[in-house]
Ligand binder design. Structure first.
Ligand code: FES
Length: 162
């Protein structure tokens, strides 16, 4: 019989998560700190992590979910190595947010909220990133702003990110 290594690694992650939870056990005020550390450990916050954190801190699963969905830096989906944030603020929307997202869909088969199967990219849509003069724009990994995007420029731009 073949054993599933994914279960084994989840068990190991669960043990490590318990150690993260221990100092905050039955202390609901530690929720954000624990979720931050849990996400650093697992890469995102799947249901089993939410349940373990809720039980450990003595809060409801609903409270945990509420915090995760309130803060943009928490993720319910596995994240890629690079996060593409396409701006959908007014200036970018007028100048081509749809073109950018369509190009990314055509190139990577990637839609907002998804991660590529090779875990290379995660795509999200965000509000103004403060580069309206460069519209349409996107930011990669929260630091690299790419503006005046055109469909033919995007493939070369993405090659920088492995
Ligand atoms: S609207 Fe896109 S950068 Fe401001």
């Amino acid at each position: 019989m073949v054993e599933c290594s994914c279960n084994t690694s989840n068990e190991e992650l669960a043990k490590q998560l318990d150690k993260i939870i221990d100092p905050y056990r039955d202390k609901p005020s530690g929720l954000i700190q624990v979720l931050t550390k849990a996400q650093n450990l697992v890469g995102y916050l799947p249901k089993w992590v939410q349940v373990q954190v809720a039980e450990g801190l003595g809060v409801s699963l609903q409270d945990v979910y509420g915090v995760i969905t309130f803060y943009a830096f928490f993720s319910l989906i596995p994240r890629g190595r690079h996060k593409i944030s396409v701006c959908a603020g007014t200036a970018c929307y007028v100048k081509g947010t749809k073109m950018v997202t369509k190009t990314l869909r055509d190139l990577l088969d990637l839609r907002p909220g998804q991660t590529t199967p090779d875990s290379r990219f995660t795509l999200e849509i965000v509000r103004c990133i403060g580069a309206c003069g460069l519209a349409p724009a996107m930011i990669i990994d929260g630091k690299d702003v790419h503006g005046r995007l055109e469909p033919e420029l995007i493939p070369e731009l993405l090659e920088q990110y492995e």
